[in-house]
Design a protein around this ligand. Structure first.
Ligand code: ADP
Ligand code: G6P
Length: 474
């Protein structure tokens, strides 16, 4: 396909070599396809109505700025105080404010108008994550008929939770204007289809796609992964210990943004239970790296406080002059250091209460020495559990279950560790991030572009898999 690839994500990649995440996933595809990455500046200021072109990357980067009010209402508000808790099964934390939704919609509308000005007819758009659910709808309103794909990095909400939105039916309508909706897991696809099954406007076609009004939408799972080879390379370098002379003899690692969805308090409590049950004799350490995130949202302030209290109380209860059971580091660390930390750990604890995928789980697996690998303890509620079935799968709500998995991980014989690791490593390779983006784009390219009908033929757009012969795309 000759057209350019235009990627939209809330965060614009910083600098020429940003570490990890979506940027690594898409850097090659976007460079090959003469692509453009659109995203917001991190800091709010004067709103921009046209993009600033940023220098210094092999692909084009176009940035826009949010006002302070938009940053509060669209980003911290609707995106992170409504959609994020809604999708992570924490409807108790949803904060409904009319100005949140108003600015969420208006930012999407403004962005659509800005994209229209740079768009060429054969460009393909790939929109990322919950910040931009209505973007296709806004683009279609402006007459855009290009192929538009969407990938939701976080869990798809349950039908029951969606009813917390003031107008739950808008959600199905937002997604229906995409040609392809990619989700992390089979379970996410099932929830999305359940939403359409319950919606009288939707109809299922024999090939499994959803006809919604004039639109036809494909919903498929594309489990995201990591850049496996580069992670293996970083982890296998013989780097000095990131702990200096303070390296614990045996440690378990946890690495997460300090988000309530990650179940970090549950993890600390379970580690406490393990220590109480005799684990303290083994003197292992739990090294928890948890950089702050979305700090202006109250739920994040609460979890930060809660975690400090639990860590303080467990250390008070168990620490000795030469052993601190929990080392809690509340900041971002270098990617190279992270790889080394994973490699030297005896186990990793991922205890998300809900998680789209959880890349930390895959990074940990890739970082291990296959001859003497550490053990992954993984929440069954992380998307990664659909693929990493030979990790020690745990129920993060069950303190005893996690505590006994910690014990089992630290006692696991070498041949069992090797066998489980080899299985997980295959799954990590199967979902390598370059395969992920290639597969998504290949499916999107095969979707028929949406056709704009002349108004004399009635309002509407068709993205039929076989376009009516008498209709021509505008
Ligand atoms: P989420 O996208 O919800 O934050 P993931 O586990 O899928 O969760 O991805 C998190 C990414 O951020 C991983 O690539 C991980 O290595 C990185 N990361 C998380 N915490 C840190 C940290 N303290 N320092 C450096 N990188 C981190
Ligand atoms: C998750 C979301 C991303 C988001 C990231 C960091 O991975 O899926 O869209 O960028 O968290 O969150 P932040 O709010 O700091 O961008």
């Amino acid at each position: 396909m000759a057209g350019r690839l235009i990627v939209v994500s809330n965060r614009i990649p910083e600098g020429p070599n940003p570490a990890g995440g979506l940027v690594v996933a898409l850097k090659d595809a976007i460079t090959e396809k003469n692509g453009t990455w659109i995203g917001a500046y991190g800091e709010p200021g004067e709103a921009t109505d046209s993009f600033d072109e940023l220098e210094g990357t092999p692909y084009r980067r176009l940035a826009f700025r949010l006002t302070a009010e938009e940053h509060s209402n669209y980003y911290l508000g609707f995106a992170n105080s409504v959609l994020w808790p809604l999708c992570h099964r924490r409807v108790d934390l949803v904060e409904l404010q009319p100005e949140y939704e108003r600015d969420y919609l208006s930012v999407n509308r403004r962005l659509a108008a800005m994209i229209l000005r740079i768009l060429k007819p054969d460009d393909m758009l790939w929109i990322h994550d919950y910040h931009f659910l209505p973007l296709a709808q806004e683009l279609r309103r402006l007459g855009v008929s290009n192929r538009i794909g969407f990938f939701l990095h976080i869990p798809f909400p349950s039908h029951a939770d969606l009813s917390v939105l003031p107008q739950p039916e808008t959600f199905a309508g937002w997604l229906a204007d995409y040609n392809l909706v990619g989700l992390q897991t089979g379970a996410d696809v099932a929830r999305c289809l359940e939403m359409y099954r319950a919606d009288p406007r939707a109809e299922f076609l024999p090939d499994g796609s959803v006809k919604f009004g004039m639109n036809i939408l494909s919903v498929r799972s594309f489990p995201i992964g990591i850049d496996v080879d580069s992670f293996i390379e970083s982890a296998s370098r013989s780097a000095p210990s990131p702990f200096g002379r303070e390296e614990p003899a045996k440690y378990i690692i946890g690495v997460d943004r300090l988000d309530y969805s990650k179940g970090i308090p549950n993890r600390f409590r379970a580690f406490g239970r393990f220590l109480e049950n005799g684990g303290a004799e083994k003197r292992p350490c739990l090294v928890q790296i948890a950089p702050p995130t979305r700090e202006r949202v109250k739920a994040y302030q609460d979890i930060t406080r809660e975690l400090e209290e639990i860590a303080g109380s467990l250390n008070g209860q168990f620490a000795t002059l030469d052993w601190t059971p929990i080392r809690y580091i509340h900041r971002q660390i270098e990617r190279e250091q992270l790889a080394t930390l994973y490699r030297r750990a005896s186990a990793a604890l991922v205890t998300s209460l809900a998680d789209g995928m959880n890349l930390v789980a895959k990074e940990f697996v890739a970082a291990q020495d296959p001859e003497d690998p550490g053990v992954l303890i993984l929440s069954k509620f992380a998307g990664a559990a659909e693929q990493l079935t030979e990790a020690l799968l745990v129920n993060p709500y069950d303190t005893d279950d996690i505590a006994s998995a910690i014990d089992r991980a630290l006692e696991m014989p070498l041949d069992e560790r090797r066998r489980r690791h080899a299985f997980c490593m295959q799954a990590v390779r199967r979902t390598d991030v370059s395969l992920w983006s290639t597969q998504f784009l290949r499916v999107l390219e095969r979707c028929m572009p949406t056709l704009n009908l002349p108004s004399s033929m009635g309002r509407g757009r068709y993205n039929l898999s076989a376009p009516p012969a008498d209709l021509v795309a505008e």
